[in-house]
Write a protein that binds this ligand. Structure first.
Ligand code: THG
Length: 367
């Protein structure tokens, strides 16, 4: 593919200078912002992530902030996940749906206070939907995108690195919980979360001015841990079944089709805008669903469009993410498969750019 021309519409981040000094080789665009995709190579980055610790500029995970007396009410209108038991200090993975039950985004919600929330969004313009809902319902809440740049620390040595900067108490943070830690006299939310299965943290850096100082401090502190700049890794996230909004699902899909039914409490999520539509589909169950798929043969090419999936010459679904896994020595993939062919062990055929390949429905993702 040709290069993409930089311009003001394609936002750089407050870490871009550091990312470029670390030799970023490729970017994608996410929420109209730069997101690194390759440093050494996808495979070399993958091995390093699984054995060491990486620092990821995920500033493109923009925050939609809700602030005001109606913040919690608005948050519940957006998602079929029941938020009543959620406490300050917790993060929830929340499907966001429209009035038809279609997925608009799959962010992480961060409850900062009863009247203050962050929605850490995937790649879609959620801000406009949230502002529309808030204004249309005349809610007493401010909705905006604050100057917050998430920085992820991922990999088996993430605790060792983050401890050196924020102190040993970070080891006690539980999964999808956060604590508030100081850096250069500022309060930062540090959560145990991140878009990998290797463990680690996400630092929600509030204020662009302290982004590069924190970046540099982490690299200095991690020199003997072989710390490197990294980014969400295509191979590792497919192995882990981490979905990518816009790739693996769109607004045409319900959370149930995406395998996100476990994050929905449609009966008790009173106020959710898509609730009536989802009650209907939740009762009947989806007729197609996301599956882990193994593709035969040697390494597949990159997947930048849907790859049709067939059984006995009949179209039964499609794949949307695929890569060669060095650890599992097979091609790993994420696909959407019709009910008639979604059982584990079902043999399929996938049309890749370099020809038809055998494929197999797995019972679960690899990690
Ligand atoms: N972290 C933060 N914001 C984000 C992402 C993130 N915004 C964009 C994108 N990633 C949103 N999508 C996801 C997808 C998966 C997860 C988080 C955000 C995730 N899932 C875990 C899993 O499936 O194993 C755990 C879910 C759970 O048990 O609650 O972490 O990564 N800040």
């Amino acid at each position: 593919m040709a290069l993409i021309s930089p311009s003001r519409r394609l936002r750089r981040t407050a870490f871009s200078e550091g990312v470029e000094a670390q030799g970023v080789k490729a970017y994608t665009v996410y929420n109209r912002m730069l997101l690194p995709t390759v440093f050494e190579s996808i495979e070399a980055d993958y091995h390093h992530l699984k054995n060491n610790v990486q620092i990821w500029d995920v500033s493109c995970e923009r925050q939609v902030e809700l602030r005001g007396p109606d913040a919690a009410k608005l948050m519940q209108m957006l998602t079929p996940r029941d938020l009543r038991a959620m406490m300050v200090g917790q993060c929830y993975y929340v499907p966001i749906v429209d009035e038809t039950g279609g997925m608009l985004n799959d962010p992480v919600a961060v409850k900062l206070a009863e009247d203050r929330w962050w929605i850490s969004i995937a790649d879609s313009d959620l801000l406009y939907w949230v502002k529309g809902v808030a204004n249309g319902w005349r809610l007493d809440v401010l909705v905006d995108e604050p100057d917050v740049s998430p920085l992820a620390i991922q990999g088996p040595k993430a605790d060792d690195l983050v401890e050196r900067v924020f102190g040993e108490s970070i080891r006690n943070i539980k999964f999808f919980r956060y604590g508030v830690y100081q850096f250069e006299g500022r309060d930062l939310v540090v959560a145990r979360s991140g878009y990998s299965k290797q463990g680690g943290f996400e630092i929600y850096v509030e204020g662009s001015d302290i982004c590069m100082p924190l970046w540099n401090r982490l690299f200095e502190a991690g020199e003997d841990l072989n710390v490197r700049a990294g980014c969400p890794n295509l191979i590792e996230r497919i192995e882990g079944g981490l979905l990518s909004y816009g790739n693996d699902m769109t607004d045409d899909n319900t959370p149930h089709e995406c395998g996100l039914g476990r994050f929905c409490n449609t009966h008790t999520a009173i106020g959710c805008i898509g609730r009536d539509a989802l009650l209907r589909v939740a009762n009947e169950g989806p007729v197609k669903q996301i599956r882990a798929i193994e593709i035969g043969g040697d390494a597949v090419p990159g997947c930048d469009r849907v790859w049709p999936v067939f059984a006995g010459g009949k179209r039964v679904g499609h794949l949307t993410s695929a890569a060669w896994s060095p650890e599992f020595k097979t091609n790993v993939a994420i696909g959407m498969v019709r009910m008639t062919h979604w059982d584990a062990g079902t043999k399929l055929e996938v049309e890749t750019p370099d020809g038809m390949r055998p494929a197999l429905v797995k019972d679960k993702f690899w990690i």
